[in-house]
Design a protein around this ligand. Structure first.
Ligand code: 5GP
Ligand code: ZN
Length: 114
């Protein structure tokens, strides 16, 4: 989608600190980190949020989680723990309308979130 900032990040039109890329997903450091590790994992395909997810895209989301598993090991947060979050819509606090999965770790995370 041409006016989507995460599509622009995927295309390299907006710079980002990439941590992983393949044909299906792109992962990069959040510009405003809420934890020592705060990575955003996104499908390269523009999907607005979970509401817009189609059956045919289920493998993309499965792949996102396999990459998350790889990244938690690389960032050495697999043993102490971490959180993966996707915000959806206004009440969920979604500010960028391209589905993304926050990977947070490196500190004790509060529960429930605010
Ligand atoms: P949301 O609130 O939609 O769940 O999360 C959007 C996230 O994207 C926020 O944590 C915000 O800091 C991050 N973000 C917004 N714009 C940019 C950007 O241009 N670059 C990077 N790296 N992160 C961004
Ligand atoms: Zn997009």
């Amino acid at each position: 989608m041409s006016d989507c900032i995460f599509c622009k990040i995927v295309k390299g039109e907006i710079p980002s600190e990439k941590v992983y890329e393949d044909d299906i997903v792109y992962a990069f450091k959040d510009i405003s980190p809420e934890a020592p590790v705060h990575v955003l994992i996104i499908p390269k395909k523009h999907i607005s949020n979970l509401n817009e997810l189609k059956q045919e895209d289920e493998n993309i989301i499965a792949h996102v989680f396999m990459i998350a598993k790889k990244l938690v090991k690389e960032f050495k947060i697999d043993e102490k723990g971490y959180r993966i979050v996707t915000n959806c819509g206004e009440d969920g606090g979604q500010t960028v309308n391209h589905i993304h999965f926050h990977l947070l770790g490196g500190r004790v995370l509060q529960w429930p979130p605010g």
